[in-house]
Every structure is written in C-alpha cells, then in structure tokens.
Design a protein around this ligand. Structure first.
Ligand code: 13P
Length: 341
C-alpha cells in the first residue's frame, strides 16, 4: 500500500468518531515498534518525523524505512508526516522527499522559539497549503503556542501563556484552508508537563470543547499528549535513572478530546520513556552484554506495548481495513475541486 495522505485518514477517523495516534520516530526500531503495534491492533497510523529526526537519521533513510513499512505491512494505511515544520522551505523539502503530510508551525518564527503574529502565521500557512494541496499533501497548522521544547523547537513555558482563542482559530482556518489544526490548551512537549495530576485549571479541556463547538468540522490536533505513565518513570528510576516526579495528559482527557473533534494525537515522550527504561534494565541486570540487539529488542517491544495501548485507547484499533487508500494524485484532484471541507 502506498503512503497515504493524512487528510483521508483524519476524515475517516471523524466519520468513525475515533482518534489516530501520531507517533514520532528517529530510527528503524521505532518504526518497527509502531508497525507491529498497528498490525496487532489493525490500526491506521500516522508516523511523524521532526526536523531533528530528519537531521539525526537523514531524510532518505527515514523515507526508505517508511516505504519498507508500507511494503511489509500492506494492510495498514500509513501516513508519513512532518512534525513542526518551521518554514516554507522545510515543508517543501519534506514534500519533495515523499512525506504525505506536513505541519507548518507558523505560531513561532523560523527560529522555532519566538511567538509570531497572527498575520505572519496565516500568510505562511496559506502559502504552504497552496503548495501542498496542489500535490495532494495534507497540511496541519497551529494557532496558539504550545508549551515546552521538543528537539530544540518550542517557546518553552507551561503552555498556558498563549492559549488558542476560538475566534482566531475560526479566522485562521478560513484564511488558510488547513486540513488539521493544532491548538494550545495547556499541554506541552516533553516529560515535565504538570507538577500534579492535571485538573481543569492547567489542562484546559473547556477551551478545546469551545473550539470544537465553534469549528465542528475541523480536525483538531492535540500535541504534547504523552501520558508519562508512573510505571514507565519507575522502571527508569529503578535502574539508575533520575526522573523527577511528573504528570502527563491522562488518557481519559484525550478520550474526552476525541469526543470533541480531536482526530490526531501526538505522542513521543511515552515511546522515549519505554525505550529508555528497557535499555536501562538490560544494562543494569546484564552488564556483560554488548550486542545492541540484546537491548534494542526489549526496547522495541516496550515501545510497541505502549503504542498498542494508545491505539486501543484512541479508538483507531480495528479500522485499518475500513477504506481504500487514496493516492496523492486523487487527493490533489479533490483539492482542486475545492470540495474537501
Ligand atoms: P509528547 O512530548 O507529549 O510526547 O508530545 C509529542 C508531540 O506533541 C510531538 O509534536
């Protein structure tokens, strides 16, 4: 099965009333973990690479690994998505490489740190949408600014400083024609999201519900959606790690989001925690081992377990065979008829 445009996967998710996990990758083992989880749960899936990942692995490696995934798992619709593109050029290069979906994060300036203006964001996003849609590629935009920093990208802070304004979100969608909209509701990237179990004061689900009410047809994206489970933190700390106590986004809150228009759920940190815990355990328990497979195999299995649990919780499980994947050319034709929303 060829790589699939994300718009189709999100439209189908909206039709079925479920969310789709978007899992970050940097290497072979992470792609394998996600694909095995998708096969085990019969899930369509979004695999995403940040600028940092593209630099770490080299684009061509990532692209060919993804092609291999689509050949080896022909029954699974797979989207290859760019996470947090910082400029038109970054998105263009991803599209040229074969990504079927890109995020342009114009909420920040090109430095990936400084919050931008609404006009800058809308203009840049509109340009990317024009370029991408002509090629059948999906575009995710962002309005409001997320907290934290991921791979050097982010404004820092708690994520409450620049919450998404529902009226601005409506104007942004109207001006840009984006397929999916990332919103800021108090979540942030990384392990340290909340200092206690989040309540409505710090995780603003009320804001998400308001945005959905204002824009019922728009596919919303929840970034910073790792749950940072205590058991994964404990494994790391039991084997010499030094994580400080922390809380992520509870799965029930994500499920509430999915009931209110969230179709794409971004998860990276939970995979990182699972991998690190598994590797630390092997190093601590079997210090005589030195074959990378001895620790990368348990790491891959640990990530698969957490990804399977998320796929099941988000509701995408069982939906891999629901539809015939569209090609980018078919998608481009749909966009040119402007009948997509
Ligand atoms: P987490 O750090 O919560 O996994 O968020 C990942 C993310 O939003 C990627 O864009």
């Amino acid at each position: 099965m060829p790589l699939v445009p994300m718009r189709q996967v999100l439209d189908e998710a909206a039709r079925g009333g479920y969310g789709v996990g978007a899992f970050n990758v940097n290497n072979l083992e992470q792609i394998q973990a996600i694909m095995e989880a998708a096969r085990a749960t019969k899930s369509p899936v979004i695999i995403q690479a940040s600028r940092g990942a593209r630099k770490y692995a080299n684009d061509r490696f990532l692209y060919h690994l993804m092609l291999a995934a689509s050949e080896i798992y022909p029954e699974i619709p797979v989207v290859m998505h760019l996470d947090h593109g910082n400029s038109f050029e970054t998105c263009k290069s991803a599209i040229e490489m074969g990504f079927t979906s890109v995020m342009i994060d114009g909420s920040l300036m090109e430095d990936g740190k400084t919050p931008s203006t609404f006009e800058y964001n809308a203009d840049l996003t509109r340009r990317v949408v024009e370029y991408a849609h002509a090629r059948g590629v999906t575009v995710e935009g962002e309005i409001g600014v997320l907290g934290g920093i991921e791979d050097g990208h982010g404004a820092g802070g708690s994520g409450l400083e620049h919450l998404t304004d529902p009226e601005q979100a409506a104007q942004f969608v109207e001006k840009t024609g984006v397929d999916a909209l990332a919103i800021a509701i108090g979540t942030s990237h990384g392990a340290y999201k909340f200092t206690r179990k989040p309540d409505g004061a710090v995780l603003r689900m009320d804001r998400l519900i308001e945005i959905h009410r204002r824009l019922p047809k728009v596919h919303l994206v929840m970034h910073g959606s790792s749950s940072v489970p205590k058991d994964l933190q404990d494994i790391i700390n039991a084997y010499g790690g030094k994580l400080k106590p922390t809380w992520g986004v509870p799965v029930e809150e994500i499920q509430l989001g999915i009931k209110n228009g969230v179709r794409k759920v971004n998860v990276d940190t939970d995979s990182r925690l699972a991998i690190t815990g598994a590797i630390r355990k092997v190093f601590a328990e079997s210090p005589e081992k030195f074959d990378p497979r001895d620790y990368l195999k348990p790491a891959r299995e640990a990530m698969q377990k957490v990804v399977e649990a998320r796929m099941t919780a988000f509701g995408q499980a069982g939906h891999a065979g629901d539809y015939q994947p569209m090609t980018l050319a078919q998608m481009a034709e749909q966009y040119s008829g402007a009948l997509v929303r």
